[in-house]
Each structure stands twice: as C-alpha cells, then as structure tokens.
Design a protein around this ligand. Structure first.
Ligand SMILES: [Fe+2]
Ligand SMILES: [Fe+2]
Length: 328
C-alpha cells in the first residue's frame, strides 16, 4: 500500500499522476475526469464567429432596445471576467485536498471563462461599442453587490480556508447563483432578444457555445456540493443557508436590468416574472439534486452522473420550448 502524496500548491512531495488509484491517483471514471474529457472534445474559437450581421441588426434597433441589449451584454462581459478571476482559488483548494482530477477540470473551466470574456468583448467591438461600458452596470446595485463583494469574498476565502464549509459557500455563490441563476436567466433573455426576432446571429452562436460549457460548470458545482453533503449531513444546512443569503440580491439583478422601463414597456417583450420563474425552477431542481446526496455513499457520488444528466435534461427542455415558441 503506497502512502498518499501531498500535491498541495507549494508543498508537493510527490505526484498524483504517478500514484495508484487507491493512493490519490487519477480515476478516469470519476466525475471531474468525465467533464474534462467532454470539454476537450468540444473546442470552439470566439474569434471565428462572424458578427457582421450583428452590427447591422444592432444599428437598426431603437434606443431602448439598444440599451437593453448592451446592459445584458455588459452584465455578461463583466460577469465572465469576474468568474475567470475568482475561480482560481478553487483550483488551488482542490490541490490542497489532493484532488488532481478536479484541479485538472477546473483549469479547463477557468480557460473557458476567459474565452467567454473574449467572446462578449469581440461582440461589443464588432457592433462599434468601444467606449466605457460601466454605465450599463454601475446603477444595478445588486449586480455590483454580487460581483464586487459576494462572489470574490466567498471565493478568496478559500485561500486561507479550503474547508468543506468554505467550498460550499464558494460553490453555491459561483455555480448555483452566478452561473445557475444569473447566467441561465440571461440566456433565456438572449433567446427573447435574438431567436424570436431572428437577429444577432453571431450572439446566438456565442450563447449556444457558452451554454454548452456552462452545463459542465454547473454540473461540477452540483457534484462538489453533493460530495460534501454525502460526507457530512450538516453540510446540507450550509448549502441552504448560503442560498437563502443570496436569493434576494440574485433576484434583484434579474429585475434590476429592466427597472428603468415601465410595466409592459420592456424592450423585446421581456417579461420579468417569466424570467424569475424560470430561474427559480432550475435552482430548485438543482438543489434537489444536491439534497439527494444526503446519506449517500461517497464512492457512488464520485462517479454518479446525476448532475450531468440534470443539466442535459434542462437543455432538452429549453430546446423543446424554443422550438414551440418559434412555431407558435
Ligand atoms: Fe462563462
Ligand atoms: Fe461558467
């Protein structure tokens, strides 16, 4: 029986990749390794997307429509930049726990967030919006609260304390609120803007690719909470607690985007109640997947595909709804 080596950053005394599976080595069937393989098989290049029609569509919008479109795109751009930076403490936290497979997957995850940042920046440049864009987010108080406080604070807490408690607070904030609630609701809004009117084909491609990457990200977040909840039932309360803390600001971000418009006057017919309902449904079901790990065997959780299956199921539901909306 070999002893488990330390792979924590700066404290390495051996190598997980050289270790047997029973001693901290890589399990190819583990959840993070499966996500890693999936991501490697689906490369895409933001620079290869053609935004020339987007520039024409953007120029043809009314002022309110243009404002709404820029506000949504600016929230995404600043959000993608934030998550690119703020995930990095989680990468190191995985190494401190001796989890090389998670660390490897998270490096791909960070790279994908950087690519998402690039994609939205390219879009703004292509439609001619090269000036300061802070005006589109500065007045959204809840947006600023989440992206300048809640998100960085809970992620950088991992630097000094990579405990399960900190990981749960970080994952709920990052994977379940920012990605699972805000970004997911944002895609829904993009569909309203683009698909129903048949405009912004470049942005439609961006959203399709990003949505695909994000399904793996959210699945990893669900997996991470599940393994901590399975290991210690008291951790379930931490999931719930963090979720409650962030629910109000998260909903505030969603409604804050259309605050400036009177009721029924939101550009593109965006219905805030529909958006909020959509967000709550997904959040509730993902929480259910975490709760189902209570009392489960950790070895089962480590290979269980439920978090991946759940995201695929959400995707299939969205596709069906879009087809119905297009036909309707
Ligand atoms: Fe992203
Ligand atoms: Fe993400």
């Amino acid at each position: 029986m070999s002893t488990k080596r330390t792979i924590e950053h700066g404290k390495r005394d051996g190598f997980a990749s050289l270790s047997p599976m029973t001693g901290g080595g890589l399990n190819p069937d583990s959840f993070p390794m499966r996500l890693f393989r999936k991501g490697n098989a689906k490369p895409w290049d933001p620079a290869s997307i053609d935004f020339s029609q987007d520039a024409k569509d953007f120029a043809a919008m009314t002022d309110d429509e243009r404002w709404q479109t820029c506000a949504l795109a600016a929230q995404f751009l600043a959000g993608e930049e934030s998550v690119t930076q703020d995930l990095q403490p989680f990468v190191a936290a995985m190494a401190s726990e001796g989890r090389l497979a998670d660390e490897m997957y998270l490096t791909q995850f960070v790279y994908e967030e950087a690519k998402h940042t690039q994609a939205f920046r390219l879009w703004f440049d292509a439609v001619g919006m090269t000036g300061d864009l802070h005006e589109y987010i500065d007045d959204n108080e809840h947006y600023m609260q989440i992206f300048t406080q809640a998100l960085p604070e809970s992620l950088y807490a991992l630097q000094n304390d990579p405990s399960p408690r900190s990981q749960i607070r970080a994952s709920v904030t990052y994977n379940h609120i920012v990605e699972g609630t805000l970004a997911l609701t944002g895609y829904f809004a993009w569909h309203k803007i683009c698909a129903e009117r048949g405009i912004l084909p470049g942005m439609q491609q961006v959203i399709k690719h990003i949505g695909d990457d994000e399904r793996r990200h959210m699945a990893w977040g669900t997996f991470t909470c599940r393994r901590h909840v399975a290991a210690d039932d008291a951790n379930w309360d931490l999931v719930d607690e963090r979720m409650q803390e962030l629910m109000v600001p998260a909903m505030g971000v969603v409604t804050g985007t259309v605050d400036r418009f009177g009721e029924g006057e939101t550009p593109f017919g965006i219905d805030i109640n529909e958006l909020a309902e959509y967000a709550m449904d997904k959040l509730g079901r993902r929480l259910g997947a975490i709760e189902s790990a209570r009392g489960a065997d950790l070895h089962v959780i480590d290979v269980d595909a439920e978090p991946e299956n759940l995201e695929e199921q959400f995707h299939a539901e969205d596709e069906r709804e879009l087809v119905a909306a297009a036909a309707g």
